[in-house]
Design a protein around this ligand. Structure first.
Ligand code: 5GP
Length: 131
């Protein structure tokens, strides 16, 4: 079920449990600010999740409340993951779901990193307003 992305942080969410080592993951990268691991239900040849180590419900929470050093460290880590996976070139897509309309399911801020081949249209054309 989608979350609103703005509520209190739930320390029992699945990514918090992965960060604590209570649930396994296929880790691809870790540093002081971020952990990256393969999505359990990949939607592209490469589908990796990058999450900050701090407790942030969503992008909105992270952007508004994280210290500058954590924001910089996190996004540098996202870039490092893409390079490590050999995606720069040929290219990749970043996506972060925030709140109910996006379908965000896990209430710990994360960036999806997709790659490994042509990724198709950014969104379904039928969602766009008529021209
Ligand atoms: P969201 O919809 O919140 O942006 O994306 C959550 C993502 O987390 C989904 O793509 C889903 O497949 C992934 N996911 C959910 N549970 C687990 C898990 O236990 N392990 C891993 N590696 N990914 C998970």
């Amino acid at each position: 079920m989608a979350v609103d992305g703005l509520g209190a942080y739930d320390p029992q969410n699945i990514f918090a449990r992965i960060l604590r080592g209570e649930i396994p993951c296929r880790r691809v990268f870790e540093d002081a600010h971020a952990l990256a691991f393969h999505d359990i239900a990949p939607r592209a040849p490469v589908h990796v999740l990058v999450i900050p180590k701090g407790a942030y419900v969503s992008f909105a929470d992270f952007a508004a409340t994280a210290p500058d050093a954590e924001i910089a460290g996190f996004f540098r880590a996202v870039g490092a993951v893409a390079r490590q996976l050999g995606l720069e070139p040929p290219g990749y897509r970043l996506l972060s779901n925030m709140g109910a309309d996006s379908g965000q399911e896990v209430p710990h801020f994360h960036v999806h990193l997709f790659g490994g081949g042509p990724l198709g249209p950014m969104l379904l054309p039928e969602l766009a307003p008529a021209a």
